[in-house]
Write a protein that binds this ligand. Structure first.
Ligand SMILES: [Zn+2]
Length: 493
């Protein structure tokens, strides 16, 4: 029911920022030589350094710095010549040292931006900072005989290198927040910094959410949603939180700055703890590590080594190959897939057909044979050759699918298969007429039905002729020949 009062209630604008933790793809931990491999027996990848035993000294992993800086540059940030590691002090059972080595007031990199197009709108999200830190261990609350009384701890993850990416509160909807997280993941995976595996926790997202009356510039009270481990969870959790804030503002209920957890089963968020302030952590520079100093030339070389990023590649695919944005989006989901497509397009000279084959038959076959694009047993130029055989009229579309099946995994070239198995297209009109007559003679009853007016049998009869030619006849010619035969009233021979 409409009431005048509604016109006076201001519309609210959501304000959302993300904090993304990404594990760097190193072999060893950030400050020691222990393995970072996921899924090992609990507490097998440990040493005095990552356990924080007295007297153990951290040594910074050079590869972790390289990957952290690479990510920062790909996110458009300035990588600073000097950054400083700091101790973030807090007690938690999975943090045996009593502090986490992180970066605080002198982070690795600052001031970047990612931009993308979503539903035709350009969305730009500022990156405040990228800093490096170590991960904590893992508390295991379930699955043990004494789980009702005890928590078990696995420290294999303690000391695994992370970057934390903090965005500006530039996002204005739950859908954009989920999309921004997905774009950050895409960039990190494309540049080989992170494996993108959210189930194993190597990429995690927190979201800061507040609302304010539209037009106001001051921020409302914010809540932090912790450990959202899928794009869908980001979207649902942020949606729930926006609604909760707006309802509280409308009712005049005060909101509290706090950390909340999302429960996918109920779709609701619940309080985890009231928010610590930075002061609570008693940050101070890590005394066991010198400031991290990076040379300008090293940073420049790292920047020069970055590949073309997915968003840029998508735009180039649409412009260069004249393929739809949808295709460009699918084909750039991984660097390897995009590389493969470009090689097929070059070899075939037909980018749209290349796109259709890669997204269609090839994707289906990869799934069926449990290969991924990196190990695909069909050379890109072989697929290109197959497409060219269709385009230049050597084979028909149905035969191409058959040749594809024979070439996939066998190492045989499409041209060779066509020649060896006599699969070239039948263009000879007399030959086609003969096959039409012979085939329809075997379907006299259906032919009679057609002539009596049951014209929908036409497709069936064409199908029978195509089958008789093993798909090799030009379908257009078969169509015309069958129609002519039926309409001229010619009797089967
Ligand atoms: Zn260690």
């Amino acid at each position: 029911m409409w009431s005048y009062h509604h016109a006076l209630v201001p519309d609210f604008e959501p304000v959302i920022g993300l904090e993304i933790h990404a594990q760097l793809l190193t072999e060893t931990k950030i400050f020691c030589g222990c393995s970072t491999r996921f899924g090992g027996e609990p507490n097998t990848a440990l040493c005095p350094v990552c356990l924080g035993l007295p007297g153990a000294l951290p040594v910074l992993n050079r590869r972790a710095v390289e990957l952290g800086a690479r990510a920062s540059l790909a996110l458009g940030c300035t990588v600073h010549p000097t950054s400083v590691f700091a101790r973030k002090n807090y007690f938690y059972p999975d943090l045996p040292k009593g502090y986490q080595i992180s970066q605080y007031d002198r982070p690795l990199a600052t001031d970047g931006e990612i931009a993308f197009t979503s539903d035709g709108r350009r969305v730009a999200v500022g990156i405040i900072r990228v800093h490096m830190e170590e991960d904590a261990g893992k508390s295991l609350h379930d699955g043990f005989a004494d789980s009702s009384r005890s928590t078990h701890l696995d420290f294999n993850r303690a000391g695994v290198p992370l970057i934390e990416i903090v965005t500006r509160p530039d996002l204005r909807s739950a859908a954009d927040a989920a999309e921004a997280f997905s774009r950050v993941r895409e960039i990190l995976v494309a540049i080989g910094v992170n494996d993108g595996n959210m189930e194993e926790g190597s990429l995690r997202c927190d979201a800061n959410v507040s609302v304010r009356p539209a037009g106001e510039t001051a921020f409302g009270v914010k809540t932090e949603l912790k450990n959202l481990n899928s794009f869908r969870h980001v979207q649902r959790a942020v949606e729930f939180e926006i609604d909760r804030h707006i309802q509280a503002r409308r009712e005049g209920t005060p909101l509290v700055q706090e950390t909340r957890l999302f429960d996918p089963a109920t779709g609701r968020t619940t309080v985890m703890r009231t928010k610590e302030e930075a002061d609570d952590y008693r940050y101070f520079p890590e005394p066991d590590l010198a400031p991290l100093v990076l040379e300008a030339a090293w940073i420049a070389a790292l920047r020069a080594s970055l590949p073309e990023l997915p968003e840029a590649r998508r735009a180039r695919f649409v412009a260069q190959y004249a393929i739809p944005e949808y295709d460009a989006g699918v084909l750039t989901q991984s660097m390897a897939l995009a590389d493969y497509f470009e090689r097929v397009a070059a070899a075939s000279g037909n980018a749209k057909a290349a796109s259709n084959w890669v997204m269609g038959e090839l994707a289906r076959k990869l799934k069926e044979t449990r290969h991924d694009i990196a190990s695909v047993p069909l050379a890109a130029d072989a697929l290109g050759e197959l497409i060219a055989l269709v385009d230049n009229g050597t084979i028909t579309g149905p035969v191409a699918k058959d040749v594809f099946e024979k070439a996939y995994g066998s190492g045989r070239r499409p041209g060779e298969i066509v020649a060896a198995e006599g699969l070239a297209r039948i263009d000879d009109a007399a030959a086609i007429d003969r096959i039409v007559r012979d085939t329809l003679a075997g379907h006299a009853a259906t032919v009679a039905e057609y002539r009596a007016g049951k014209t929908k049998t036409f497709g069936f009869l064409v199908g029978q002729v195509m089958k008789a030619t093993a798909g090799k006849a030009d379908p257009g010619r078969v169509n015309a020949a069958v129609r002519q035969f039926l309409e001229q009233g010619e009797q089967p021979a």
